[in-house]
Write a protein that binds this ligand. Structure first.
Ligand SMILES: [Zn+2]
Ligand SMILES: [Zn+2]
Length: 505
């Protein structure tokens, strides 16, 4: 009995250690058995390169691996400090290649002196924050400052840098982010080397780098932000890496020499004017006979003179932001099922637009997409479940123009939410003042303002009990029913008035 208790206690202690990650660091645990070379010592045996770091998924559970993202350095050595246990590991001498750069840690003896830095306490790394007293026009940012890794370039770091007319910039491997406007207005900058470690490039980072002739965007970047390369007037081609999902507004606008653009399939959203006034955009032969500009499956432009009804080409994947804005002679638009995203302001101020058909593939509609479409009467959909699942950004639902919803040819009067719907998204039926009755079911939630201003809504048929209705109300956002009619919910075992009493059958 006593023995059993002891084993149990030991088991608990062991589990506790595991939770704290103690066992993983191989400190004092009895069962390490790994390839550690004792406590404080980081002996010569380390050069074997055996126990590296960020790969805990190795063999067994007691693998004995430390964790640290960055090396620290001095002039001769590099090492890491475990973020879990504070032990020094992976120490070794720099192995310099012909570029005087250590193959292991990236430390180099050749770099620009005098840059300004700030220390990041949480990651114990440095951020380049400005030109400081540096004078190199061919700037080489070091991988380390005061022995610690340089991990980012701050917002505005070299913005409008007049002290030094930068011609080229080499960013070291290890830097993960380039801040907003970091190189904005560096008008002499002809080339920039961005390492593969960079995964984020901020808004306007290279805006107005008018001399920049080419740039390789690293593969780890997943979005091109607003205005990032705007007015890079010397850029002739750009390859957006596969993995990028969105291209921000104006990202390449006014790159007047940009004629070769590679947009990967991974892109699902393009902001307003992303490619406006590029050489591609300005070339009339790229526009079709209807006055539309497609780039592969991406619809990126429409001429303002488009009139009457228009059907977007089959297989089109997205409608970029502002494409049809101010098309004041457009009366009806058909969006095929292949389209996933309708960009911000896509149909802004289409003042004669009366009918819009939205395919069942649409999952998001950008801000103000149908703003000022005052004459919109018909919103035609084919799949109500798909409609309930659309992410509507602020004021983007075409129904807010008091348009009527149609399921195919049929005008919807009594709305029956399909059983497979588990969530009605924000704004889904906003301003449907024609709606009098809706059928809902248990096990679903309703997001904010989904039925806002449905002032005629007086009947809710609920496929569930009064108790299940209370669960739905509890799970839903408080203002899902803002400014509806004073409805009665008919449940299987009773009725519930809006904000009112319950009557059981
Ligand atoms: Zn450790
Ligand atoms: Zn090194």
């Amino acid at each position: 009995m006593k023995h059993k208790l002891l084993t149990m206690l030991l088991a608990i202690v062991a589990a506790f250690c595991l939770c704290l990650g103690l066992a993983a660091c191989g400190g004092n645990g009895p069962d390490t058995g790994g390839s550690q070379t004792g406590q404080g010592g980081n002996g010569p045996g380390d050069s074997s390169g055996g126990t590296e770091t960020e790969n805990p998924g190795g063999g067994g559970t007691g693998g004995g691996t430390h964790a640290a993202e960055y090396f620290q350095v001095d002039e001769t050595n590099h090492w890491k400090i475990c973020t879990d246990c504070g032990e020094k590991f992976s120490e070794g001498k720099h192995n310099f290649n012909s570029d005087n750069t250590c193959e292991t840690c990236g430390y180099s003896t050749i770099y620009s002196k005098g840059l300004q830095y700030s220390h990041n306490i949480i990651t114990d790394t440095y951020t380049v924050s400005g030109i400081g007293t540096a004078t190199d026009t061919e700037l080489i940012i070091p991988a380390y400052y005061e022995g610690k890794a340089v991990a980012s370039i701050r917002d505005d770091a070299f913005k409008n840098c007049w002290e030094v007319k930068l011609i080229s910039v080499k960013i070291p491997d290890g830097v993960t982010s380039i801040g907003s406007s970091a190189f904005m207005g560096c008008t002499n900058l002809e080339s920039v080397e961005i390492p593969n470690s960079v995964i984020s490039i901020g808004q306007g980072a290279f805006q107005e780098c008018t001399a920049l002739a080419s740039v390789k965007i690293p593969d780890g970047v997943t979005s091109i932000e607003n205005g990032t390369f705007q007015e890079c007037r010397n850029l002739t081609s750009i390859e957006i890496p596969n993995g990028v999902t969105s291209i921000g507004g104006g990202a390449f606008a006014s790159c007047s020499k940009l004629r070769t653009i590679v947009i990967p399939d991974s892109v699902i959203a393009i902001g307003s004017n992303a490619f406006r006034a590029t050489a591609y955009y300005n070339n009339d032969s790229n526009w079709d006979s209807n006055g539309m500009l497609y780039y592969g499956n991406f619809l990126i432009g429409a001429s303002g003179t488009l009139s009457g009804a228009y059907t977007i080409k089959p297989n089109t994947k997205l409608i970029a932001g502002s494409v049809f804005s101010w098309c004041e002679q457009l009366t009806s638009i058909e969006i095929p099922d292949s389209v996933v995203t309708i960009g911000e302001s896509a149909f802004y101020h289409c003042s004669e637009l009366k009918s819009v058909t939205i395919g069942k593939g649409v999952t998001s509609i950008g801000m103000a997409a149908f703003h000022w479409c005052d004459k919109l009467q018909k919103v035609i959909i084919s799949d109500l479940a798909a409609w309930c699942n659309i992410e509507f950004e602020y004021a983007s639902n075409p129904l807010i123009n008091h348009a009527h919803l149609y399921l195919g040819a049929e005008k919807v009067n009594e709305l029956v939410i399909p059983d497979e719907v588990t969530e009605i998204k924000k704004d889904a039926f906003y301003n449907c003042d024609w709606l009098t009755s809706v059928t809902l079911h248990s096990g679903m939630t309703i997001r904010e303002e989904a039925f806002q201003n449905c002032t005629g809504l007086t009947d809710i048929h609920f496929k569930g009990t009064v108790e299940e209705w209370q669960v739905l109300e509890e799970a839903s956002d408080w203002n899902w029913n803002y400014n509806t009619g004073n409805y009665t919910v008919t449940c299987t075992n009773g009725t519930v008035k809006k904000n009112g009493p319950i009557t059981y059958f």
